[in-house]
Design a protein around this ligand. Structure first.
Ligand code: UDP
Length: 261
């Protein structure tokens, strides 16, 4: 392991990898495992079939999910790159693995909402399905022990989770990503209700989109279904035991992959 990695890998990852050689497990999260490679700049992300919800209080497995989410994420990252949005994506060497640039993940979850759903409805009383115009961008503190709380801009700055310039840049990137993905999904006859993004700093300290974009991290409604339960094509099927989780994810993948970048 080369010690200069310490400056741009998350500290918890660095602590884990001290003494490691290439192709070692670097970090295991709820949905992915990260491995080192021969190239210090490149990591291999292995997408798992494991599923969790409600801050990991609900656990399960969705057969085939790893490969489906890897394929969807890869395609969407390519689409975003084609629209000048920098991402950590390099390529997809096999079904459930993605090669990515190593970045220092910012401890933030950036959520973009086009339609009220989930915690926004629970916390504000807004009716499910209310159109949000302009879209809402929210920042959450990525901290399981604290339950990933919603942050104000001032709290975000207080905790030094990002600089004021970085917050503005993240907000602008999130809105641009939303524009690209909303149009993309619209052309797949899918409504992009809301989604969560994670960003990282590359070795030049530039902000790039990281993690994944998949039915695990988005709310996606099938435009060819009107029934509020039937239309759900995302992790809400798992969260709320709606059934047919696997086939809903497969359906998203088929439509996404059929859409050229
Ligand atoms: N989301 C996510 N990971 C999280 C929390 C939320 O991917 O840890 C996604 C979620 O799938 C949805 C969006 O972010 O597409 C907004 O989620 P919300 O705040 O409504 O929380 P939830 O109702 O899912 O608990």
């Amino acid at each position: 392991m080369r010690l200069n990695r310490s400056s741009w890998l998350p500290i918890k990852l660095f602590n884990l990898i001290s003494g490691m050689t290439a192709d070692q497990k670097l970090y295991e999260g709820k949905a992915k495992i990260l491995y080192t490679t021969d190239d210090a700049d490149v990591l291999l992300a292995h997408f798992k079939d494991d599923a969790t919800a409600f801050n990991a209080q609900k656990r399960g497995s969705i057969p085939g999910k790893g490969a489906v989410n890897c394929a969807i994420s890869s395609h969407l990252f390519k689409q975003l790159e084609a629209n000048d949005i920098p991402t950590h994506f390099i390529d997809q060497p096999n079904a459930n693995e993605m090669r990515v640039r190593a970045v220092k993940i910012l401890p933030l979850e950036v959520v973009v909402r086009n339609i009220a759903a989930g915690s926004l409805c629970q916390q504000t009383g807004l009716v499910l399905g209310t159109i949000l115009s302009p879209p809402l961008v929210e920042f959450y503190y990525k901290n399981d022990a604290l339950g990933d709380p919603l942050l104000t801009r001032d709290r975000l700055l207080l905790l030094k989770l990002a600089t004021p310039e970085q917050v503005d840049h993240l907000q602008a990137m999130a809105l641009k990503i939303n524009q690209v993905l909303t149009v993309f999904f619209q052309e797949c006859a899918i409504t992009l209700v809301d989604f969560k993004l994670e960003f990282g700093l590359n070795r030049n300290q530039e902000i790039v989109l990281a993690d994944e974009i998949s039915p695990d991290t988005c709310r996606l409604w099938n435009q060819t279904e009107t029934d509020p339960t039937q239309r759900v094509m995302d992790k809400d099927r798992f969260r709320h035991d709606l059934g047919n989780v696997e086939s809903a994810y497969q359906q998203v993948m088929q439509r996404v992959l059929a859409h050229p970048v």
